[in-house]
Ligand binder design. Structure first.
Ligand SMILES: [Zn+2]
Length: 267
């Protein structure tokens, strides 16, 4: 009887491991198929290219809470919550993601000085350096808005004017937030002025997303909810992945050109 039970247990274990291996294979196949689909659109030559790195910046932090909600919650905390959700979603789309800050701390250098102004300058310089250390990356900064006009609401996306692809990405994101999340939102993407230090000094693709207004009672409730944060992040990541071929399409690397020309010679 014991032997039979042993045999049955072994059979069940075998079945379970076969089932798990099958599940793993299916998951791998789905991921591979998905990535191939996305990558395939990237180049005219049809070859696979790495997806760019996203430098994901949770605005403010530490001494600098940013905008403050009526109940005292700081923008910095909500920005970080969005970025923590966004990172794995972007990774599931095949992007590599680098966070400028991973926790509640700000990013000023220890010797920055003791005034808020000096700390803020050092914090922003550090973020800029992190962006500039990754040429070819896409910079996305996440923020929350606030206004003395309590009726002001809706996402707004700012773009750096140094690279035309930034405007293209900002307009696509603005349209997607309206289409999927905020049908009443009449805002359009905005060219960053000199007050937005990171976008002003960016050399590559760079956008700043003001997800919504902490000063708007209803919108603030949504911005705090993880379900809304997830929906927002999915919309952002999906739009970025969809726009990517057009964003990088303007530039053809010399390697790609070589591949294309050697293909046309051989065919
Ligand atoms: Zn902010």
């Amino acid at each position: 009887m014991e032997k039979r039970t042993d045999k049955a247990t072994k059979q069940i274990r075998l079945l379970v491991s076969v089932f798990l291996s099958l599940l793993g294979l299916i998951a791998l196949f789905l991921i591979f198929f998905y990535l191939m689909q996305g990558e395939g659109q990237l180049s005219a030559g049809g070859s696979i290219h790495e997806k760019p790195l996203i430098v994901l910046d949770a605005g403010h932090g530490g001494f600098d809470g940013g905008a403050v909600a009526p109940d005292g919650m700081a923008e910095a905390e909500i920005n970080l919550a969005f970025c923590r959700i966004l990172k794995p979603i972007l990774e599931s789309y095949g992007f590599e993601v680098l966070l400028t800050r991973k926790d509640a701390s700000s990013l000023e250098k220890p010797d920055a000085g003791s005034t808020i102004r000096a700390k803020k300058r050092s914090d922003m310089q550090n973020r800029l350096e992190m962006m500039q250390a990754q040429p070819g990356s896409i910079f996305i900064s996440i923020h929350q808005n606030a206004s003395p006009y309590r009726s002001a609401n809706g996402s707004v996306v700012y773009y750096s004017v140094s690279d035309p692809a930034s405007k293209q990405l900002a307009e696509a994101l603005q349209a997607a937030f309206i289409a999927y999340l905020q049908p009443e939102n009449k805002r359009t993407a905005v060219a960053a002025g000199s007050n937005l230090y990171l976008l002003k000094n960016a050399t590559g693709i760079a956008v700043l997303v003001e997800c919504g207004f902490l000063s708007h009672a209803e919108e603030y409730q949504k911005l705090k909810e993880s379900d809304y944060q997830k929906a927002f992040c999915l919309t952002l990541a999906h739009t970025l992945a969809k726009e990517l071929p057009q964003l990088v399409g303007g530039e053809t690397s010399s390697q790609q050109q070589e591949e294309i020309s050697s293909e046309s010679i051989s065919s």
